[in-house]
Design a protein around this ligand. Sequence first.
Ligand code: KG4
Ligand code: ZN
Length: 340
Amino acid sequence: MQNPEVFILAIESSCDDTAAAVLHNDKVLANVVANQLIHNQYGGVVPELASRAHQQNIVPVVDAALRKANIQKEQLSAIAFTQGPGLMGSLLVGGSFSKSMSAALEIPLIAVNHMHAHVLAHFIDEDGFDKPSFPFLALTISGGHTQIIRVDSFFDMTIIGETTDDAVGEAFDKSAKILRLPYPGGPLIDKYAQLGNPKAFAFTKPKVAGLDFSFSGLKTAILYFIQKQKLQNPDFITENLNDICASIQHTIIEILMDKIKLAVKETGIKQVAIGGGVSANSGIRAALKATEARYGWKTFIPKFEYTTDNAAMIGIVGYQKFLNQHFETASVVSKARIQF
Ligand code: KG4
Ligand code: ZN
């Protein structure tokens, strides 16, 4: 039986989004994210600026989440926060804030692994979204992570494949940078790709054993290809932008789908759940959906606001940990790298 009256305040500050959410059991009452636009002009996240922006954002973001949820802080059952992995200066802001608030309210403190949260985001109760059953495979794809995870229960997860260099979101963003598109370029590649021919240009796919990924070679291949083409035609990018984007996206999707198909074959598990910012990609969504009719897989894509970095996913892990009385003392430390 679920405890019907658990209210979790969740805080996420691992990278460049300051986020707070309030959950009532597994339902989200409020999910507030303050994006830090300051990084766009630098073409990537600047850790020191991120940490400073978290300090400015955290009080208003938590305040907004509580007001939106329409609950008083005295009603909270516990505070859950991202312990890691992430940028140390960013993690410390959310961690210190959560410790102080749990001490002031005299309620339990719950530490959450950000990567577990991307996986368990599928268990947020949301109309129109099915939850996977155990065991399932989770493909977590974002600007910071690329992992295939075998999930046997809420707390029994094993990484069975991951990137050996760049994350898939970085592959999108760095390719976009070569094409002189603004950061983050992933959504723009997706947009132009929809108007182009995915077979226009061929890029060699990396050969990596097993279920691991590599994306740095692809980025170099794209760079050399563009440099060569520009020698013959300085306007090559502008004249072929849609086709270039479609071809890059097609290659990235093939790399992802080859590995996830191998993971299904090796584990015999046909439920596949994707999460992370790159799961917004229209091509990846379509490729994954197509496996349902073609191979009899069941696939899961969470509501978009729970798939990019957010605090609701921290809250759902917090809720499960609360049910298991898995609490921390104020001596718990933030960790840039964290054991899975
Ligand atoms: O999960 P997220 O918001 O933050 C972390 O990196 O943890 O993911 C952001 C990444 C960026 O690399 C962005 O370019 C990529 O997700 N992204 C996309 C799309 N939307 C976001 N990549 C490809 N196609 C998209 N539609
Ligand atoms: Zn993330």
